[in-house]
Design a protein around this ligand. Structure first.
Ligand code: FES
Ligand code: FES
Length: 213
């Protein structure tokens, strides 16, 4: 006597609720396949998607014309390029130093239209038509600017890393007339950090160039 149940005794209601039928299997695989194809387009696995993705990855650029140390330059830069990187990476003017790259140390100080700025915080594309002066453009050939000479006379540096920024800021400090006292000089030079601690001599140098000594 056979113990096998006849096929008709397994009613659909007796199947587990998740058991796939041929119809649901085909529907599921079609939907998943479509999603994979669509995902491939978005991720750039097809030629068309790759072009779109590549275009999306190219950062926007701009042309900017500006004068640096009396010389006109026109460059095309990534819109996010700082003035400091424009000077150092595009124009090869490495006198301006990158210390913190965040506006806290003053090592990157330069003059823009006669006013001191932290070049690491200044977007290059905003300087269309501007005039930039860096430490390289301060002297006149071998003729040092009075503050440059004063830094030598007062021995106002050790490692020298902060010195270009100190001098650019000091020049502006003198031009702005903020040299009435030692305290005033300290206050208006406070954005320039010297890790070697040459502050006393830096103030003396600014006083010398300003004619206070
Ligand atoms: Fe610009 Fe420090 S590098 S402020
Ligand atoms: Fe070294 Fe100023 S001289 S950081």
């Amino acid at each position: 006597m056979s113990t096998e149940l006849p096929e008709s005794t397994v009613a659909p209601a007796d199947l587990p609720p998740t058991a796939p039928t041929r119809r649901t299997f085909m529907a599921t695989t079609t939907a998943v396949g479509g999603a994979v194809v669509a995902g491939g387009l978005v991720a750039g696995t097809s030629p068309f998607g790759a072009q779109e993705a590549a275009a999306a990855e190219v950062p926007p650029t701009s042309r900017v014309s500006l004068t640096v140390n009396g010389k006109r330059h026109t460059v095309t830069v990534d819109n996010r390029t700082s003035l400091l990187d424009l000077l150092r990476e595009h124009l090869g003017l490495t006198g301006s130093k990158k210390g913190c790259n965040g506006g806290a140390c003053g090592a990157c100080s330069v003059l823009v239209d006669g006013r001191r700025v932290n070049s690491c915080l200044t977007l290059a594309v905003r300087l269309e038509g501007g005039a930039v002066t860096t430490i390289e453009g301060l002297g006149d050939g071998d003729q040092l600017r009075p503050l440059q000479q004063a830094f030598i006379d007062q021995d106002a540096f050790q490692c020298g890393y902060c010195t270009p920024g100190q001098i650019m800021s000091g020049v502006a400090c003198i031009q702005e007339g903020h040299t009435g006292s030692e305290d005033e000089i300290r206050e208006w030079m406070s954005g320039n950090i010297c890790r070697c601690g040459c502050y006393v001599k830096i103030v003396r140098a600014v006083e010398q160039a300003a004619g206070r000594k």
